[in-house]
Each structure stands twice: as structure tokens, then as C-alpha cells.
Design a protein around this ligand. Structure first.
Ligand code: SF4
Ligand code: SF4
Ligand code: FES
Length: 362
């Protein structure tokens, strides 16, 4: 007899509707799948649930107080209400508490991928930004003059997404949490600068920060460039991993790069080159035409035909003087298969050597 395998789907009630879930899912995941809009600030789907901001609270029938949906596992028979007047008021007050502390909440979107999250929620819940007076947490690190990451902790709401992404996604543990309450600081070991820490400037902390407290300095340098930001999905030009990125432009100008959170090869991660090294595009020293060295030893502009002829002569001269093993072919990791195939044919058939490689192997 053939036994049919079946996936057990448990049931719970969500806003009066019976819905199925897979054991292990959180209430937030079930609700999101059923298109409920639950606000979050400390949540990043790539990270372990943390339960710090309490913005995602929902009513659970039988519970004394609202529960955080991002850390509560769905159970059979649960009755959940994601939106009631009391829950809305609770969320609005929480938002007003964090927003009242911040120097500004409407920040430039060039700061980072998630930088608009707090401002968007403030609008959605019609939350006031100056409702609560008193102490402020977060001390901006003006002394950290690294070229990539602005550490503007006046805007920090202690969601710890930066610390968790650095540990859980990047495996770097470059930053951590010091002190508690209003004295809380996001810091490196011994409170030093990022460049003196284990930081590899991948920028993941920047891109997950929901307030722009951590910001992309290189993109922000283009804040005054006029025009609306457009995003174009493409692949990072640097290596063979093929990380998906959104290139940000204003008109014809590239103003920044953000990782694609749904990129199959990178899931929101980038390295320092893919994240920050985009200014070569408009660099005044960028080569846009071939150059060859003249008889006087100086470089001068040339046509493609002249440059290719010069390269061919160089290969022939090297082989004539030093033999076929003086030639070595390395394909670019960004080249398509066809180009890599042509390169190995060119080296093998043209020079009679198998000395070939691909930079993606490095
Ligand atoms: S710097 Fe940003 S990501 Fe880090 S704890 Fe503060 S608000 Fe959260
Ligand atoms: S840039 Fe990367 S390595 Fe450096 S602190 Fe941020 S997440 Fe960690
Ligand atoms: S998103 Fe659930 S507690 Fe912050």
C-alpha cells in the first residue's frame, strides 16, 4: 500500500478568520502571510526574533496583556486580534515615545535601505513626535571619521538590529551594546572607532537600521544632487558571486547602492566594494577610451583598432622572446560563459598553453 505523506496544518483564528499555519511559525509570520499589516521596528526577517520594541503586539484571547507577535509561536486554537482600538493606542504611544527622543525622524532615504521605517510608521499611526520630554539616549560619534558609515546615534532607538545583523548575518561581532536605559550605546570593543575594530565595512548594519542612525556616508554625500531617487535592480559589477543590488540614481548620476534583500545570492548582504565603491562611475580619472604608450614613453589616447593591434604585438613579442609559457589568461568573474570560453580558446589555441584561470576561484 502506498502511504501518502501530508503536511500537518494546524488552525488558529486571526481577526475572526480561521487560518492554517505550519508548526514553528510565529504569530507575526502567520499574520503577514495573511496580509495583516503589523508594524515592527526591531524585526528583520533575516534575524532571530528579538522582541525588543513591542510594536508588533497583538491581542491573544486569554492572555493578561498583549503579546509580541514576532516572538510568540502560533499554537492550535489560538484566537488573535491584530488590530483593535487598544492595540492601535498602544502602538501610537510606543511610537511617540521613541520619536520624541530623536533629533529628527524624517531622514534622507539615501541614509539606508530601512531608514524610512520609523518615519513611515509615524505617519501611518498619526503619532506626534514631541509628545514626551525628558532625557535622550544615544550619543552621536562625530569622532568616527571613517569614509563609509555615519554613526548618528542621536537617532538610535535601541532596536539592536545593527548588532544582531553584524553577528548573525555577517558573523563579525564588531559592535555590541554598552550600558542600559538612557545610557545605552552601540559600540565597538573599548568604545573605539570602527576602523580600529573588527568591522569589515560591509554596511549591513547601515541597511537594516530603521531610523537612519547608521547611514551610508558615500550616498549621503549626494543628498544635494537634484532629482528624485530611482532604483534599478542589477548585479554588483565586482566579482562572480553575483550579488543583487539596487543602484540609486538621480537623473544620470549614480548616487548610491543598496543591497537587494531578496537577492538569491546575497539576501541583503554586500561586501565593502559592492556597497560603497560606486564612485568610479563618475570619477574624473576613469578610463573611457583606450590609451597606448607613444615612442616618447608617454601615454596618449588611441583608437580601439590601434590599441588592439598594440596588444597583439605585445603578446607575439612575449612569446617570441620568452616562449609560450610567458602568456597566462585570467577570465573575469563577471564575464559570461561565452566570453570565458573564448578566452580559454584564445590562450590554448592561440599560444599553445593551458595556463588559464578565473578570478572567481580566488
Ligand atoms: S543604530 Fe539603528 S539599528 Fe542600531 S540599535 Fe540604533 S536604531 Fe537600531
Ligand atoms: S559594517 Fe558590517 S562588520 Fe562593520 S559593524 Fe556594520 S555589520 Fe558589522
Ligand atoms: S517587532 Fe516584535 S517586538 Fe519589535
Amino acid at each position: 500500500m502506498i502511504m501518502k505523506s501530508s503536511t500537518a496544518v494546524a488552525k488558529m483564528t486571526l481577526d475572526g478568520e480561521e487560518v492554517g499555519f505550519t508548526p514553528g511559525e510565529t504569530v507575526y509570520e502567520v499574520a503577514e502571510r495573511h496580509r495583516r499589516e503589523i508594524p515592527t521596528l526591531c524585526y528583520d526577517p533575516r534575524l532571530e526574533p528579538f522582541g525588543g520594541c513591542r510594536l508588533c503586539v497583538v491581542e491573544l484571547e486569554g492572555a493578561r496583556a498583549p503579546v509580541a507577535s514576532c516572538t510568540t509561536k502560533a499554537e492550535p486554537g489560538m484566537v488573535i486580534r491584530t488590530r483593535t482600538d487598544a492595540i492601535d493606542a498602544h502602538r501610537r504611544t510606543l511610537l511617540e515615545l521613541v520619536a520624541s527622543e530623536n533629533r529628527e525622524n524624517d531622514v534622507d532615504p539615501l541614509r539606508g535601505y530601512a531608514s524610512q521605517e520609523l518615519a513611515t510608521l509615524l505617519d501611518r499611526y498619526d503619532a506626534r513626535t514631541g509628545r514626551f520630554a525628558g532625557s535622550h539616549s544615544g550619543r552621536t560619534r562625530d569622532d568616527d571619521d571613517n569614509p563609509f558609515i555615519l554613526r548618528d546615534y542621536d537617532l538610535c532607538i535601541s532596536c539592536y538590529r545593527c548588532v544582531r545583523v553584524c553577528a548573525e548575518q555577517q558573523g563579525d561581532y564588531a559592535i555590541s551594546i554598552k550600558n542600559r536605559g538612557f545610557a545605552t550605546e552601540i559600540t565597538t570593543e573599548f568604545s573605539g572607532l570602527l576602523r580600529g575594530s573588527a568591522c569589515v565595512f560591509c554596511g549591513q548594519c547601515v541597511q537594516t537600521c530603521p531610523t537612519g542612525a547608521l547611514a551610508d556616508r558615500k550616498a549621503l554625500a549626494n543628498a544635494e544632487v537634484p532629482g528624485k531617487i530611482e532604483k534599478t535592480r542589477t548585479i554588483c559589477p565586482y566579482c562572480g558571486v553575483g550579488c543583487s543590488v539596487d543602484v540609486m540614481t538621480k537623473g544620470e548620476r549614480v548616487v548610491g547602492v543598496q543591497p537587494a534583500m531578496d537577492g538569491p545570492a546575497n539576501e541583503g548582504a554586500l561586501c565593502v566594494k559592492g556597497q560603497f565603491a560606486f564612485d568610479f562611475v563618475h570619477h574624473h580619472e576613469r578610463l573611457v577610451k583606450p590609451w597606448v604608450r607613444g615612442e616618447d614613453g608617454r601615454l596618449r589616447e588611441a583608437s580601439w583598432d590601434e590599441a588592439l593591434d598594440r596588444a597583439a604585438q605585445g603578446f607575439l613579442k612575449a612569446v617570441a622572446e620568452h616562449g609560450r609559457y610567458s602568456v597566462y589568461g585570467i577570465a573575469s568573474g563577471r564575464a559570461p560563459h561565452e566570453a570565458a570560453y573564448t578566452m580559454q580558446k584564445f590562450i590554448r589555441m592561440g599560444f599553445g598553453t593551458n595556463q588559464i584561470d578565473n578570478c572567481s576561484r580566488a
